[in-house]
Design a protein around this ligand. Sequence first.
Ligand code: EPU
Length: 350
Amino acid sequence: MNLEQNVPLQPYNTFGIAAKAQALVRVRSEADLLAVLADPQLATLPRQVLGGGSNVVLTGDVKALVLKMEVPGVRLASETHKHWIVEAGAGVVWHDLVAWTLDNGYPGLENMALIPGTVGASPVQNIGAYGVELQDRFDSLDAMDMLTGELFSLNAAQCGFSYRDSVFKHASDGAGGLGLAGRAVILRVRFALAKCWKPELGYLDLTRKLQETGIHKPDARQIFDWVCAIRRAKLPDPQVIGNAGSFFKNPTVTPEQCADIIARDPKVVHYPMPDGTLKLAAGWLIDACGWKGKTVGHAGVYEKQALVLVNRGTAEHPCTGGEVMTLAKAIQTSVYERFGIRLEPEPVVV
Ligand code: EPU
């Protein structure tokens, strides 16, 4: 086990916020987690799991043992009549997995190209983009119970996936509740990729690409290239401008609430959901409140996509997590005052 003390976390969170971890262990296998549990001093420390750091806002130093997930490896684990089952370690960079599956002839993840972060984090918030969510391609995962040191596997139903949500985001309520936050550490994830591949082209940005290029039967590689191009045009590269992707979830409202908003703002972007509710584009709501391109302190709202908050700090004056949260609260207040909707942050606030 490799234990480090007082570790700067700025390189390990895509927002680029300066904060330190009291202690940090790089987890390359279950043996590293067992070593943490066996160490009397480490076992008593609170723990914080960190993947690619692309979905966290650090609001101060982390007074905990950070478990930096670095479990490597991608392989074809098995196949069934209908599916390829691909397994990847929690530390694998998500986009590298997507590229590997395409290079090896197992399409199905292409709509989720370029989502920042690691494989281990992908089930936590049920990542998704351009009409495909992780739960649509998920087979199972292996995790360790940090209370008992036992390894266990979960299937999709047991993960309780919903829009940007899963059991890994909810704390156990102590009364047999299913929440696994702070308890389960994901080590490996398996994906079921259909041998009978079908393109997923329903999302507006992709429909536009079909029209623009005149290609009507794109293969998975073509869709991958389109998704990369769309994302690069619209979302900031964390290597250049620190950010955590979408900062708020797209809220859902009842048909009555939606009709009320449309009556006042006919242009509001909304999508019907299978359960009869409507999803509103949070980016549109924030944009409509005039926030696009605004900066408060050293935190800002990205000028090409109002749903993304960005780090506008400098080396001398780095952006703090507190500044990001102050801006987030100001945005929540103005969206609530204008539309009566409470926006919920998407990243985990530590
Ligand atoms: N819009 C505006 N102004 C803005 C931003 C958006 O008017 O400043 C409008 C757009 O014109 C569009 C609508 O809002 O009509 C929705 O925007 P977009 O298509 O960019 O998608 P999104 O709802 O902002 C979601 C995910 C993204 C994912 C894309 C593509 C959430 C919270 N975000 O964004 O996920 O890449 O769809 O599928 O669901 C992420 O989770 O970090 C992420 C980037």
